[in-house]
Each structure stands twice: as structure tokens, then as C-alpha cells.
Design a protein around this ligand. Structure first.
Ligand SMILES: NC(=O)c1ccc[n+]([C@@H]2O[C@H](COP(=O)([O-])OP(=O)(O)OC[C@H]3O[C@@H](n4cnc5c(N)ncnc54)[C@H](OP(=O)(O)O)[C@@H]3O)[C@@H](O)[C@H]2O)c1
Length: 190
């Protein structure tokens, strides 16, 4: 099917979240409230936060090794710290295929750095900010050429769960976004 004829994809069938700390849990709460996916798979070493333990359509795993065979997610969102993401990414290369969108919120981790581990995959690098916790984030996103229009719409739907979003085509602009909107609100709490 050509991209022009493809149906709008704004809801995932299966969404994988890697890392459910401060930002990951804010996103997951927003996605659950909006029904952003039919099924959520979360990989979090600490297990489910108390408030999310009983949610029906979320499966929790402590490591990627526990993931069931045959899983084919529409999107994999990386919400781990930048200092661990290089160790984390290789376990998800199994899903590097056109149908799976990889989305990272790790500060400073470039698309080429991510594709070094994931290969020729559809990758979106984003920079949200702390107000995600109350659904008021401003997130700026940059996609590589593998990302389809439908995957952009899916990304927009996922980011809408934590606030507003905007695209940039020049990835270098994300460094300024990280310095100002990404880090600014957190600095105000220091
Ligand atoms: N917080 C913000 O305001 C903000 C703003 C913009 C961007 N970001 C980006 O968001 C990302 C997450 O930040 P955060 O503040 O949410 O950090 P966080 O609260 O530390 O959450 C990261 C989570 O990832 C988990 N984790 C570690 N190794 C893992 C693995 N191998 N597989 C799956 N999960 C793993 C951690 O578990 P353990 O604690 O058990 O190790 C932790 O729960 C960072 O890359 C940061 O740059 C954050």
C-alpha cells in the first residue's frame, strides 16, 4: 500500500515502554487515560509502580529477556536515562522493521547514535519536559527519513498524552530545545 493511501494510524495495537520512572510513568498514565494502545508492555527493572500494578491491559517485565516470542509492537518508547541507553537498545533490535516505530526521549542521544544499535529503523528523537507529569509538557520531535506519515501521526498521538508537541526537521535544534525547554522547568524546582 502506498503511503498516500495508508490509513491514519493514531492508536497503537501494541506499544512497548522501556523504562517506567518519572517520565515513563507520566507517559503511561497519559496513554492509559487516552487509550493510546490496545495493549501495553512495560520493561522496568523495579517492577510496576504501586498506582499502576492493577491496570488490566499492561504487562510488566523486569528485563527484555522476559519478553514473549512473537511480539510485534507498533511502537517502542525508550524512557531510560541517557547513560544507560546504549546498553539497553541492542535488546530491541529484534523489532527493527518498517512497521515498528522507535521513539526516544533520552536527552542528548542522537538519531545516529540510536540507529547505531537499531540499524535502519524508523526512529524519532524527542525532548519532552517535566510538566509531562501534569499533562502540560512541550515536546519537540525530530524523525529520520524511515518514519512514515502514519508513524508521525502515531507519535503525535503519543505525545498529546503528556501535552503539546512540535516537529523540527533539523536535529541540531534539539540541543537548544534540551537546554531551554527540556531542562528549564526542572531547574526551577532545584
Ligand atoms: N525528567 C525530566 O524532566 C526529563 C525531561 C526530558 C527528558 N527526559 C529524559 O527522560 C528519560 C528518563 O528520565 P526520567 O527522569 O524518567 O528517569 P528515571 O526516573 O530514572 O526513569 C528511568 C527508568 O528506567 C529504568 N531502567 C533502567 N535500566 C533499564 C533497562 N535496562 N530497561 C528498562 N528500564 C530501565 C530505571 O529503573 P531503575 O531506577 O530501577 O534503574 C528507571 O525506572 C531520560 O533519558 C531523560 O533524559 C527527562
Amino acid at each position: 500500500m502506498s503511503e498516500a493511501a495508508a490509513p491514519a494510524v493514531a492508536r497503537a495495537e501494541t506499544l512497548v515502554l522501556v523504562g517506567c520512572g518519572q517520565m515513563g510513568s507520566a507517559m503511561l498514565r497519559g496513554w492509559l487515560a487516552r487509550g493510546a494502545a490496545a495493549e501495553f508492555i512495560v520493561i522496568e527493572p523495579a517492577g510496576a509502580p504501586a498506582a499502576l500494578t492493577e491496570v488490566a491491559n499492561v504487562a510488566w517485565h523486569r528485563t527484555a529477556d522476559e519478553l514473549p516470542d512473537g511480539l510485534a509492537p507498533d511502537a517502542v518508547v525508550f524512557a531510560v536515562k541517557p547513560q544507560v541507553i546504549d546498553e539497553v537498545l541492542p535488546a530491541y533490535r529484534r523489532w527493527a522493521r518498517p512497521q515498528t516505530l522507535f521513539l526516544s526521549i533520552a536527552a542528548g542521544k542522537t538519531i545516529s547514535g540510536i540507529s547505531h544499535h537499531l540499524g535502519d529503523a524508523a526512529i524519532i528523537r524527542t525532548m519532552p519536559n517535566t510538566p509531562a507529569a501534569i499533562g502540560r509538557a512541550i515536546t519537540v520531535a525530530c524523525a529520520n527519513p524511515r518514519v512514515t506519515a502514519g508513524q508521525r501521526r502515531l507519535c503525535e498521538a503519543l505525545l498529546a498524552a503528556i501535552g503539546e508537541s512540535a516537529w523540527v526537521e533539523d536535529e541540531a535544534l534539539l540541543d537548544a530545545v534540551t537546554a531551554v525547554s527540556g531542562s528549564g522547568p526542572a531547574m526551577c524546582f532545584c
